[in-house]
Design a protein around this ligand. Structure first.
Ligand code: ADP
Length: 452
């Protein structure tokens, strides 16, 4: 009631003003005794009314002016009223700002989601979407707002899902923007609103397809020798064989068994490589000794059919798992022996590059590989010519193992080949895993890149 006191003071001033005027009028017109009190009262009321109106006008101006600036600082009723209104407005503004900030935080959390989020109203209009959803469906979050989603995302299965009203099953959309596979989930909320969640499952689908192919390939690879073995067992059981025939059949059975053993052993190697952590770079092994071992194994396999050469190179050491590096280089050398026709030349070498990295190289003068096969050579069970290569006793997993070993050591497998001229396979290792060894006080010479 603080506004009462100024109002009473104002009324008292108006009464005093009226009484003063009445006294003056009474002195000028003594013959009209009712005039002074009437005039005095009217003037007092008019003064009170004018002051009140001015203050109300100022308050109205402030209210009409979108409450900009501070409220009129009058005393009395209007001042109190303005102050109360101003406080209520400020409280409301603060609450709105707080809610706005919370909404922004909420939206930026959804924005940060790796999945797409699209909010639709009851008429399928886009109310909001995050950047991932916009990217998945090629939408513009600002421009396409309030547009009907079915005019912009025209996949028949998606449109049918929205129209069906049955959102219990997720939808898989293949070939979105040419290459993406999206999983789409729709959930209803509020009054007819829908939340559309999208997830890029391209990688997952690819891995799943690879897994299916892998299982099919392994089954096929195992079934072939098993079928052959079963045939031989049946032959031996049902036919009386001569001693030479029996020996031949046993030798063929032995071949098939070895083929299965190699397959299982390569599969185990791959599984081990995939399942174990990257090897530390603290165990060093001499490159020349490693190449020498590979050379003697390859010579045994070649049985003098090829010219096998270990080129002299810098003395260096590699950091890594000896068994893995040995198996990788041996795989390359074995391939060279198996695919290079008799009389061909196979070279093993090691070179240091100017940036400190190193490369183990296996080069042959074999049939070479057509360019279109090169990118797929390291895929499991990929063979340039399936029927021909099966005769060579390969499992189709060799280059896959080499690639894994190189990658686990921070390096890569590089393949160059030309049909009719031969092939060059290089296991490149980073500088951190290569160190040159000083021979008789002279540091091993470095060779420029490409001169291997
Ligand atoms: P495989 O066990 O069949 O040899 P790899 O993974 O070792 O499997 O090799 C994949 C394919 O690459 C081979 O089937 C063969 O067609 C081709 N290949 C590998 N090394 C050579 C080479 N030195 N010369 C020609 N072709 C090769």
């Amino acid at each position: 009631m603080t506004w009462m006191l100024p109002r009473v003071v104002l009324a008292a001033l108006a009464v005093l003003l009226g009484a003063g005027l009445a006294w003056l009028l009474g002195r000028w017109w003594p013959q009209l005794p009712w005039l002074p009190p009437l005039t005095g009262s009217l003037i007092g009321v008019a003064a009170l009314f004018t002051v009140d109106s001015l203050r109300a006008h100022r308050l109205m101006q402030w209210l009409r002016g979108a409450l900009a600036g501070s409220a009129p600082r009058d005393r009395g009723l209007w001042g109190e009223l303005a102050y109360r209104v101003e406080r209520a407005v400020r409280d409301r503004d603060r609450a709105i700002e707080r809610e706005r900030q919370e909404l922004l935080q909420f939206l930026s959390a959804i924005e940060a989601s790796p999945n797409g989020v699209l909010m639709l109203d009851a008429e399928d209009h886009i109310r909001w979407c995050n950047r991932v959803a916009a990217d998945h469906f090629s939408l513009d979050p600002q421009r396409d707002r309030d547009q009907r989603v079915t005019n912009l995302v025209r996949f028949p299965a998606f449109v049918a899902l929205l129209q069906s009203g049955d959102y219990s099953q997720p939808l898989v959309l293949p070939h979105v923007r040419g290459r993406l596979t999206l999983a789409v989930v729709v959930r209803a909320y509020g009054e007819g609103m829908r939340l559309v969640l999208t997830q890029d499952i391209t990688e997952r689908e690819r891995a799943e397809a690879m897994r299916r192919d892998f299982v099919a390939n392994v089954s096929h690879e195992i079934r072939t020798p098993l079928t052959v073995l079963a045939g031989f067992i049946e032959t031996m059981a049902s036919l009386p064989l001569t001693e030479p025939e029996r020996k031949r059949v046993l030798s063929l059975m032995n071949q098939q068994t070895q083929r299965m053993q190699s397959l299982v052993s390569d599969l185990l190697t791959l599984a081990q490589l995939e399942g174990s952590p990257r090897p530390d770079a603290d165990r060093w092994l001499g490159v020349q000794a490693l190449l020498q071992r590979v050379l003697s194994d390859a010579s045994a396999l070649s049985k003098g059919r090829h010219e096998l050469v270990l080129e002299s190179g810098p003395s260096a050491e590699l950091a890594g798992v000896e068994a893995e590096l040995l198996s990788a280089v041996a795989n390359l050398a074995n391939n060279a022996v198996r695919y290079t026709p008799d009389g061909g030349r196979i070279e093993l070498s090691f070179g240091l590059l100017a940036d400190g990295s190193g490369e183990i190289c296996v080069r042959d003068t074999g049939p070479g590989i057509a360019r279109e096969h090169l990118p797929r050579l390291t895929e499991r069970f990929y063979r340039v010519d399936g029927s021909r290569n099966r005769d060579t006793g390969g499992t189709g997993l060799g280059l896959s193992i080499v690639k894994h070993v190189a990658q686990r050591h921070g390096g890569e497998l590089k393949i160059d080949s030309e049909v009719g001229k031969g092939s060059r396979f290089r296991v490149a290792l980073p500088a951190a895993r290569v160190r040159s060894v000083e021979v008789l006080g002279v540091e091993a010479a470095r060779v420029p890149e490409g001169s291997l």
